[in-house]
Design a protein around this ligand. Sequence first.
Ligand code: FES
Length: 159
Amino acid sequence: MKLSDQFEARFAEMLTHYPTKRSALVPTLLYAQDELGFLTDEVIAELAQRLDLTELEVRNVISYYSMLTTKPRGRYNVQICTNIACMLRGGEEILEHCERKLGVGHKGTTADGIFSLEEVECIGACSWAPAAQVNYDFHENLTTEKIETVLEEYKKKAP
Ligand code: FES
């Protein structure tokens, strides 16, 4: 496995920002995932070694954060919040609408590989509920019409 020169430059720079190597773990995992699509066994072993952690410690962190994954997923990961504020304002309807529209359920990936769908806990956008996150972008005050437009726009952008 070879990580890009850009990754190496970011990694080296990141280490200068923290008092201990382990503090760089989450951003390092995100950079690696952006590059590889998901966190492979090989990259987990490599990053554990670089940051003086065990593979188990790295895996524990990955399992805590819903934006990190050890499995391949679609180009756009659609995360729909159904926690309390979003649930009260229609988050479950938004999720059901996405399930129908994409033809997949929780943690499913569309056959064309463009979308993955996930039901998630609070994403910190409660004041603008119901909310969703697609990769790094937030979409707020959603309605079923709005999320449909959002999905169509990502589909048009897909490589
Ligand atoms: S409850 Fe949905 S963003 Fe907080």
